[in-house]
Design a protein around this ligand. Structure first.
Ligand SMILES: Nc1ncnc2c1ncn2[C@@H]1O[C@H](COP(=O)(O)OP(=O)(O)OP(=O)(O)O)[C@@H](O)[C@H]1O
Length: 766
């Protein structure tokens, strides 16, 4: 059959499917309008009935019954409307692109030949005939996993073998087949090439139709408790986890809600970037947060270091042994063990005060807390203390009732306020004294309420003093010299913590151990509702933070993704990170997947960026061609600006949107000002709270994390700007470019860039 005839036949099939989808849409619209009319009708009758029932100030029995029935009907109709509305949304998407692949196969050993089509979601007609299969259905996995021939796939009843005869891919737009490929007849992946050649946008794209085999393992993994994905820049880690979430929501659809899936992402800008992917696939978004947000909301009165400050600090910090210790898994363990010591001493308390007076002293509280026997755990101790304190408070009630303020308050109350204190109107008392006592008790009870709340919320614990004490004894618990920390350095650290605390500030390194100690003391066991936790850009987390997350979501299965070549916030530690994390999980349930292919950039850009790394051998570029990266070394800054401007205009003429990426915010700001003064329109991205704008941007490196752009201009890659520790930062910046990469410098080029083999780029001076 000629390609043309095949296309005609496929178009005829597509037309049939589109028509059926349209019929289904009409049915949904009809359902919606009936539901709407019913709702209106019920509303009207509902109103009438209430009116009838209101005759004697209370609703009659008959009225009440029908109201109840009608409310139920109303809810049912509303649900029906909602359901149809949602299904209509899916159908409307499906109508434009009903499917992207066709498979012809035969179940082995004795099945009949079958043909199925695969799309974003399934579509069945009135007779329950499947016209389109959801890409997440078990059978669809043969599209992603296999070539032609014999292959088996996992069904709910076990493995099923099939013989695949045909695997056809389609690009369909608005119900028309643009192109189709039979994968056996193409070299490389044509469809992938077409998709990757497209322009970047401010929203991440779904990759359902071109998921690669190595990515599919990640998406469909249901066995691992820790799935650790190491992948080069642009290898589709983030894309794959978005698909994985959609897959899990489908696979466990009755048991898992999107609220039980949590994703930690590098910054909020990135959250915005990926926020459309799941809704596009007809699923709700998971819960999304940054680590900073997660910990900061536990201490709302403290000011936590921002991402910006954290980045600037990492830049300045050459080698900080104190931070190295505090970021370590050993420190987490040390703290865990310290909790045992706290059973015999070391917990500090606060006085419980009432109207400026100390009602229960901290010494008294300590006596209660440590009065429980050694068999008590911290959680029992705190519970026991709470109970005793509440009891004590109750005993103090009698004393308090005799205080002058009580009598004075009673006298000052209006008769209305007094009435509000009685249990019921016209309450009777044996005599005036009894009434006075009753009122006094009521008043004191009311006044004690905040105190009771404080007790229940553990406010009698002095967590800061307890934490500080912990820091003080650290040198007795561990040889800090092993971490190259001098006694004096540790003392300085404690003072810094104290000083910060006075100013209501806390650093990112301190907040996790601080909260962990609080959790240990109060017996918090974490949120066991969360079923799946995803952590993107894992290389920017410390082992301590990861251990703390694991503690917070003890029943969750974890997917962690990262590129150990791209760590920009944590230095020196990345190689041991995986080993350290794996120690937190059961070895048989840990799976490590390496993604080696890089899809984002052209072959030329990937080969160049690979050259920036000392261990970049494992990165395999996708065979998509473009210009060699161009490097221009200018004599001075004005010349560099001019080169940037010319490049920007060239990119624009070629239809590429450009991001100028700078080392830090100050430089981004300077570029922005200079370009705006020269009349060039540019958006400055200076905070993660911003939205990504369309058009050309200037953005500091730490905010460009995880994003991608048609063209990237790396600003000021001059010698002296960076240190050897910044190799990963430079790699991260360069690997944001999809189609074109330009590198600018003044004077001498940064050595890390200069050592990349000369044939991988073009170079000139200006
Ligand atoms: N299977 C695929 N089909 C089509 N496009 C893909 C596929 N895999 C990755 N891509 C594209 O490659 C680009 C990079 O993907 P993604 O951002 O997920 O990579 P990443 O590994 O998270 O990168 P980084 O670590 O550099 O941020 C995106 O444009 C994505 O759409």
């Amino acid at each position: 059959m000629t390609k043309q005839t095949i296309k005609q036949q496929e178009q005829a099939h597509l037309d049939e499917v589109v028509q059926l989808i349209q019929q289904s849409e009409q049915k949904m619209e009809h359902n919606m309008s009936t539901a709407k009319a019913d709702i209106k009708e019920i509303d009207r009758t509902f109103g009438d009935d209430v009116h009838i029932g209101m005759g004697d100030d209370s609703v009659s029995m008959a009225g009440a019954l029908s109201i109840h029935q009608q409310q139920q009907m109303l809810a049912e109709r509303n649900n029906s409307w909602q359901r149809s509305h949602q299904q209509l949304g899916v159908l409307q998407k499906l109508e434009k692109t009903p499917y992207f692949a066709r498979l012809d196969f035969q179940e082995l050993p004795t099945g009949k030949p079958e043909t199925i089509y695969i799309g974003l979601s399934s579509f069945t007609d009135q007779n329950n005939k499947f016209w389109v299969y959801d890409w997440r259905a078990p059978i669809s996995s043969i599209y992603y996993d296999g070539d032609l021939g014999r292959i088996s796939y996992q069904t709910p009843d076990g493995q099923q073998a099939v013989d695949v005869h045909l695997k056809r891919q389609f690009i369909i737009a608005d119900g028309q087949i643009q192109t189709l490929y039979d994968t056996a007849e193409t070299i490389g992946d044509q469809m992938l090439l077409e998709v990757l050649d497209e322009k970047a946008s401010t929203q991440m794209k779904g990759i359902v139709s071109t998921i690669q085999r190595e990515q599919n393992q990640i998406i469909r993994d249901t066995e691992s408790n820790l799935l650790f994905v190491q992948g080069a820049a642009g290898s589709g880690k983030t894309s794959a986890i978005m698909q994985r979430i959609a897959y899990l929501l489908y696979r466990y659809r009755k048991k898992l809600t999107s609220g039980q899936v949590l994703m930690f992402s590098p910054n909020m800008l990135f959250n915005d970037y990926i926020s459309h992917v799941l809704p596009e696939m007809g699923e709700q978004n998971m819960v999304q947060m940054t680590y900073l947000q997660y910990v900061a909301r536990r201490l709302p009165k403290m000011r936590l270091q921002t991402l910006f400050e954290q980045f600037e600090q990492t830049q300045q910090r050459v080698h900080d042994p104190v931070a190295n210790l505090m970021e370590d898994l050993d420190f987490f363990k040390l703290e865990t063990n310290y909790a045992k010591i706290l059973n015999s001493g070391g917990v500090y308390f606060r006085d419980l005060k009432f109207k400026g007076r100390v009602l229960i002293t901290k010494e008294k509280i300590a006596q209660i807390y440590y009065g429980f026997g050694p068999q008590y755990k911290l959680i029992n101790r705190i519970d026991g203390t709470k109970q005793q304190l509440l009891k004590l408070l109750n005993q103090r009630m009698g004393q308090e009732m005799r205080k002058k303020w009580v009598q004075e308050t009673i006298e000052s109350l209006s008769s209305e306020q007094l009435r509000a204190l009685y249990d019921y109107p016209d309450q009777e008392f044996t005599n005036g004294d009894a009434e006075q006592r009753f009122l006094a008790r009521k008043l004191v009870q009311k006044a004690f309420k905040p105190l009771i709340r404080q007790i229940k919320q553990n406010n009698f614990l002095n967590i800061t003093a307890t934490y500080q004490r912990f820091l003080e004894v650290v040198p007795q618990l561990v040889k800090i010299s092993h971490y190259e920390i001098k006694g004096e350095q540790w003392q300085n650290h404690i003072q810094e913590f104290q000083q910060n605390f006075k100013e209501h500030k806390i650093t990112i390194n301190e907040i996790s151990p601080y909260l962990y100690l609080y959790d240990l003391l109060t017996g918090y066991h974490g949120d066991s509702e969360m079923k799946f936790v995803f952590i993107d850009e894992i290389q920017d987390y410390t082992p301590f933070q990861l251990a703390y997350l694991k503690f917070n979501f003890p029943r969750a299965r974890y997917t962690m993704l990262g590129d150990l070549n791209q760590s920009i916030l944590v230095q020196n530690k990345t190689n041991s990170l995986l080993k350290e994390i794996a120690r937190l999980f059961d070895a048989p349930k840990v799976r490590v997947v390496q993604l080696t292919h890089s899809y984002r950039s052209t072959k030329q850009i990937t080969e160049f960026t690979r050259g920036l790394l000392t261990h970049g051998e494992k990165i395999v570029p996708f065979d998509r061609n473009g210009d060699l990266p161009n490097i221009t070394v200018s004599a001075d800054e004005p010349a560099m600006s001019q080169t940037a401007l010319t490049q920007l205009q060239q990119n624009q003429a070629d239809g590429y949107v450009t991001a100028i990426i700078t080392k830090d915010l100050a430089q981004a700001q300077a570029v922005y000002e200079r370009f705006t003064a020269a009349g060039q329109k540019l958006t400055l991205i200076k905070s993660e709270n911003q939205r990504l704008a369309n058009g050309n941007l200037v953005i500091p490196a730490y905010l460009a994390k995880g994003l991608e752009f048609d063209a990237v201009i790396m600003w000021n890659m001059s010698a002296g700007q960076f240190s050897e520790d910044d190799r990963q930062l430079i790699y991260t910046i360069a690997s944001r470019a999809m189609h074109r990469l330009s590198i600018l410098a003044t004077g001498t080029l940064e050595p890390i860039i200069a050592q990349v083999p000369a044939q991988l780029s073009t170079q000139k001076h200006s």
